[in-house]
Design a protein around this ligand. Structure first.
Ligand code: NAP
Length: 304
C-alpha cells in the first residue's frame, strides 16, 4: 500500500455522485474509507443509500448556490463534473480554494478523450497533441489544464464513452429506438464503468514515481457502433434495425447526436495497462455488455 492508497483511514469526497462517481464511492467505501458524495438535488434513490454508514450525501448545486461545507481532513477527492454549457467547471469555481486547506493526497479528475480531437482513426496516446474539435471538448481541456495546474496532487483520467448497467443499447433495441448506422472507417472507444473505478483505485495504489498526471482509461477494442449494436442484439436474441448510411440520416440527427460522429480516433491504453499494470475487467464490449445485461436482469428481478 502506498501513501495515496484508498484504505480504511481514507476520507474521500466524490464531487458529482452520478453514474461513475457513485460507483467509485461504493468501491472506496468497500475498502473501508469514509466517503462523502455530492448531488444537485435530493433524489429518492439516494434515500436508501443514507442507511449505508460509509456513504454520506451532500448537496452541491452551483446553479442553486448550494455550496456544502467540506468535511475536514479529506485525503482523496474525485471530481466528475463536466464543464457547463458556458465552459465553467462548478467545482473549480466553488471548491478549489476550500480544497487547498485539506491534507489531500490525491485528486482524480474525470476528463474525456475528446481533448485529442479527430485523428481520422489513428491511435492516440497521452503524448499526442490535444486538438479538440468540439466546443465542449475545448472547454474540457481548459478545465483539465486548470486542475493540473492547481498545485494539488491531481491525476486526470481521460475517458471515452462510458457504458455499464443501464447504459448499454439494450433498452433502445427493445423499444425499437436503436439506429444501425454505417459510416465507413468510423470507430468509437469505450470503457465499462467498473474499469473506470478499477483504474482510479489502481492509480492510487501506485508507488511514488508511477503517478502520471494524464492517463487514458479505455478498453482494448475500438470498433464501429454497428458492431457493438450487433452484439447487444445477439445477447438479447432480438432483430437488428435496418442498416442506414450515415450520409442519409445525418440531416435528421440532432446537433448533439451529430457531434458524437465528428471525431474518429483509437485511444491507446498502453500506459494504464502495460506500464502501470492495470488488468481490465472488461477488455471489450463483449464481456462488458454480457456482465451489464446480467446486472440489469438481477436488478429488475429484485424489484417488487
Ligand atoms: N458519459 C460518457 O460517455 C462520458 C464520456 C467521456 C467523459 N465523460 C465525463 O466523465 C465524467 C463522469 O461521467 P458520468 O457519465 O459518470 O457523469 P454523470 O452521471 O452525468 O455525473 C455527473 C455528476 O456531476 C454533477 N453535476 C453536474 N453539473 C453540476 C453542477 N453544475 N453543480 C453541481 N453538480 C453538478 C451531477 O449531479 P446530479 O447527480 O445531481 O445530476 C452528477 O452527480 C463527466 O465529467 C463526463 O462528462 C462522460
Amino acid at each position: 500500500m502506498t501513501a495515496r492508497a484508498v484504505n480504511p483511514g481514507a476520507r474521500v469526497l466524490v464531487v458529482g455522485g452520478g453514474y461513475s462517481g457513485e460507483r467509485f464511492a461504493r468501491a472506496a467505501a468497500a475498502r473501508g474509507a469514509q466517503v462523502w458524495l455530492t448531488r444537485r438535488q435530493d433524489n429518492p434513490d439516494a434515500a436508501a443509500d443514507r442507511t449505508d454508514q460509509a456513504l454520506h450525501w451532500l448537496r452541491f448545486d452551483s446553479a442553486a448556490e448550494a455550496i456544502p461545507a467540506l468535511p475536514e481532513q479529506l485525503s482523496h477527492v474525485l471530481i466528475t463534473l463536466p464543464p457547463d454549457t458556458n465552459g465553467t467547471d462548478a467545482a473549480l469555481e466553488h471548491l478549489l480554494e476550500p480544497l487547498r486547506h485539506q491534507p489531500l493526497r490525491w485528486l482524480g479528475y474525470l476528463s474525456t478523450t475528446g481533448v485529442y480531437g479527430d485523428s481520422q482513426g489513428a491511435w492516440v496516446d497521452e503524448h499526442s497533441p490535444t486538438q479538440p474539435t468540439l466546443p465542449r471538448s475545448q472547454a474540457r481541456l481548459q478545465c483539465e489544464q486548470r486542475w493540473l495546474g492547481s498545485g494539488l496532487p491531481v491525476q486526470s483520467f481521460r475517458l471515452p464513452a462510458i457504458y455499464g448497467p443501464g447504459r448499454c443499447p439494450f433498452e433502445q433495441l427493445r423499444s425499437g429506438q436503436a439506429r444501425l448506422v454505417h459510416k465507413p472507417g468510423q470507430v468509437f472507444c469505450r470503457i465499462h464503468v467498473d474499469d473506470i473505478v478499477g483504474a482510479l483505485l489502481h492509480a492510487t495504489d501506485q508507488p511514488e514515481g508511477r503517478q502520471p498526471s494524464l492517463i487514458n482509461v479505455c478498453d482494448d477494442a475500438p470498433c464501429p457502433s454497428s458492431e457493438t449494436l450487433g452484439y447487444a442484439a445477439h445477447l438479447l436474441g432480438c432483430k437488428l434495425p435496418e442498416v442506414r448510411k450515415f450520409e442519409a440520416i445525418a440531416p435528421q440527427m440532432s446537433p448533439m447526436a451529430m457531434s458524437f460522429w465528428a471525431d474518429n480516433r483509437r485511444v491507446s491504453n498502453r500506459l494504464l495497462c502495460r506500464e502501470l499494470g492495470y488488468r481490465l475487467r472488461y477488455p471489450s464490449y463483449r464481456e462488458g455488455f454480457a456482465a451489464s445485461l446480467r446486472e440489469e436482469q438481477e436488478r429488475s428481478a429484485q424489484q417488487p
